[in-house]
Design a protein around this ligand. Structure first.
Ligand code: C5P
Length: 393
């Protein structure tokens, strides 16, 4: 996306070069506009270095050929992202003024405007600011934050009004563009591996990272669902706006999912549940004895099968990893476990192993009908899962 990052005059403008960097890392093309007051907090040079381009400001409003840059940039940009957005910047735009680079670019018809406010709590809560925010929302503008946290003013402490962190801004942007077609739906997601302890320090597990399930939970949240993510051990950052239960064993995962299954509309079971657990889990650490050791194992509960056996309105989606006869075996699993469809992946395909950011899956219906998807990110796969689930529901 082409993003015009506009910087207005607040202390959080110090973070604007970092917002630009994070946007570029996420693959966006970035140009920067700055109001006169922005330069009280961040230099033109540090913004220009971050953009790799000259800044659009009052001094550079017209190009050498006479072209007005607010018109030119409104055509170039897919989105105007104002970070930080001050009360003054919001007021000018709400009034429809054109006396600074931000309000002028908005009037010139930039397709999408997103504000990232940063100000003192009292200012953010003032009715005049609230009215301006409501006016801008009525024009279809998006808002990210502010968030609760430390405020800049001396002795102010914490409060609502802090600018969202640059990485959170970039992560939240897609949610402003997605339709809320899962609004009112409850989505239950399992993710990651389970751990079945042999004794207090040893366990049976697998290398699942949780990335697929976390991507599914984030996609559902962005599309407006109420999401409960039940996660086995994973080092991933927790997705925002999602209810999370952290579990370890298959039994704990079953009971956390079971608590919400009756009420949910869609269950997506991405977890790599360990199939076996110790028949006799020891309470104390076992000493090493001899060169060999026999271990008696019993099966863990089949979570999906247990939940599906009381399925009513729920759409149930599972995952399968197969090394051979993939479609046949996946269709059989989908039928036995009463799934609506199953996402099949092959661990031996390059880049399809545990832990990657992308995958190649085949969606298999219980009757064996299937659709091979090309390699795509786990988030894109998550979106297709919900498109498909909504089509069935
Ligand atoms: O392990 P399997 O290939 O049978 O997994 C198919 C689906 O069943 C997956 O969605 C997985 O999360 C789920 N499963 C489960 N409980 C188990 C094993 C697998 O819910 N004990």
């Amino acid at each position: 996306m082409n993003i015009l990052l506009a910087v207005s005059g607040g202390v959080a403008a110090l973070k604007s070069p970092s917002v630009a960097r994070r946007l570029q890392e996420a693959g966006h093309a970035v140009k920067i506009a700055a109001t006169d007051d922005a330069y009280h907090f961040v230099t033109e040079l540090s913004l220009a270095i971050a953009a790799g381009d000259a800044i659009f400001d009052r001094e550079a409003w017209f190009l050498p050929d006479g072209q007005a840059r607010h018109i030119d940039l409104a055509r170039w940009a897919d989105m105007l992202l104002v970070a930080p957005a001050t009360a003054d910047a919001l007021a000018s735009a709400a009034l429809g003024k054109a006396d600074d680079v931000i309000s002028a670019t908005i009037l010139a018809g930039v397709p999408k405007v997103v504000w990232v406010p940063a100000m003192n709590t009292k200012m953010w809560e003032h009715p005049a600011v609230k009215k301006n925010v409501a006016t801008l929302q009525s024009y279809g503008h998006g808002f990210l934050g502010p968030v609760f946290g430390d405020l800049a003013a001396k002795n102010e402490g914490s409060g609502m009004g802090r600018m969202m962190e640059p990485t959170d801004i970039v992560a939240a942007l897609p949610s402003l563009f997605t339709s809320k077609d899962l609004e009112g739906k409850k989505v239950l997601v399992s993710a990651g591996p389970t751990r079945e302890y042999l004794d207090p320090v040893r366990f049976i597990s697998n290398p699942s990272s949780g990335k697929m399930g976390y991507a599914v939970a984030a996609a559902a949240q962005a599309r407006g669902a109420e999401v409960h993510l039940v996660s086995g051990p994973s080092s991933l950052p927790l997705p925002t706006g999602v209810n999370i239960s952290k579990v370890e064993s298959a039994e704990q995962m079953l009971s956390a999912l079971d608590a919400d299954f009756d009420d949910c509309d869609i269950l997506v079971m991405t977890a790599a549940v360990a199939d076996w657990k110790a028949a006799d889990q020891k309470q104390e650490k076992q000493a090493k004895m001899g060169d060999t050791q026999n271990l008696e194992l019993t099966r863990t509960p089949d979570i999906l099968k247990t939940l599906s056996s009381k399925k009513k309105q729920q759409i149930v989606v599972g995952f399968a990893m197969e090394t051979h006869k993939g479609v046949e075996r996946a269709a059989d699993k989908a039928t036995r476990k009463k799934m609506d469809f199953i996402c099949l992946n092959y661990p031996r395909k390059a880049g399809s192993a545990f832990g990657g950011d992308s995958n190649e899956v085949t969606i298999v219906m219980p009757d064996g009908e299937f659709q091979e998807l090309p390699r795509m990110t786990k988030r894109e796969i998550a979106e297709i899962i919900f498109d498909k689930a909504l089509g069935l529901g």
